[in-house]
Design a protein around this ligand. Structure first.
Ligand SMILES: NC(=O)c1ccc[n+]([C@@H]2O[C@H](COP(=O)([O-])OP(=O)(O)OC[C@H]3O[C@@H](n4cnc5c(N)ncnc54)[C@H](OP(=O)(O)O)[C@@H]3O)[C@@H](O)[C@H]2O)c1
Length: 248
């Protein structure tokens, strides 16, 4: 059985490690190539876009893929749509491996918004120090004229023309500990946090830190995803793979 795993998330890393230990399965991990130094993969890995839905259809057919596991990040909406369309066209079984979104707890001061543009609008006109904990790809939405000072955390440095004018850049890769998030928010005198509702443990500490410091959070909701089975556990995905093993 030959699998294609769409990666770029901690779930994809977990699945890749589990699949690499199996000699009854072959699997290819696919990465978009956004980060300069991706985590080392235990599976054969291809890097870069497929060239849209048709490119992915061609890849599935050329590599004789039996099933596709979409383990992209919850905010990788286009890749999810392309995977669903290409699997429908080729009748390739598809499931997703993803984490549940975070849910506000007592003490959280969230304003939930639909997307990055709505997050920009949710920051009012009073000048504030804003922790942009959303990665560099969506930071461009905040690049227009603004009364605010931004502290952007990203894995790689973004191109300066796509950034807010008043900015501190913090280069770091998660997971982050709550003590470190509290220290960073204090040191940078953060007034408000902007976050995507990524879910999972690796980047959750900023939400816990904001609650501990009673800071408001503008929380960007997840984009819609296509209909397909979604598993939140490795066991669930491995069971689905077994159920879709082609007849010998
Ligand atoms: N968006 C986030 O917040 C976020 C956060 C952490 C990690 N990531 C990871 O970073 C990658 C890019 O995210 P994005 O939001 O830019 O995705 P996206 O907007 O959904 O995808 C844009 C294009 O990038 C290519 N692509 C995306 N994921 C790919 C993969 N795993 N393998 C091969 N090509 C891929 C595809 O190009 P073609 O159309 O040419 O095939 C896709 O159409 C994803 O793999 C995602 O898991 C994203």
């Amino acid at each position: 059985m030959k699998l294609l795993v769409l990666g770029g998330s901690s779930e994809a890393g977990l699945l890749a490690r589990a699949l690499s230990a199996r000699d009854d399965l072959a699997a290819i991990l696919s990465l978009a190539g956004r980060t300069a130094n991706p985590a080392v993969s235990p599976l054969p890995t291809r890097i870069g876009g497929f060239g849209g839905v048709q490119g992915l259809i061609d890849f599935l057919q050329a590599e004789r893929i039996d099933a596709l596991i979409d383990a992209t990040h919850p905010f990788a909406a286009r890749m999810k749509r392309h995977a669903a369309a290409a699997c429908a066209a080729t009748k390739t079984p598809l499931c997703a491996f993803s984490r549940a979104p975070w849910i506000a707890k007592e003490g959280d001061r969230w304003t939930e918004v639909e997307d990055a543009a709505a997050a920009v609008r949710a920051l009012d006109d009073e000048p504030r120090r804003v922790f942009l904990a959303i990665g560099r790809q969506q930071a461009g939405a905040f690049a227009g004229p603004s009364p605010h000072h931004f502290i952007l955390r990203a894995i790689d440095a973004p191109s300066p023309e796509s950034l807010p004018a008043s900015l501190d850049l913090v280069l770091a890769r998660g997971p982050f500990a709550i003590e470190d998030e509290i220290a960073l928010m204090r040191e940078k005198r953060i007034d408000i946090v902007v976050s995507k509702n990524a879910g999972g443990e690796a980047t959750r500490a900023k939400i816990d830190a904001a609650r501990a410091l009673r800071l408001p959070v503008v929380m960007i909701r997840r984009p819609p995803a296509p209909e397909r089975p979604v598993f939140e556990t490795l066991e669930g995905v491995l069971g689905w793979i077994e159920a879709h093993r082609p007849a010998p």
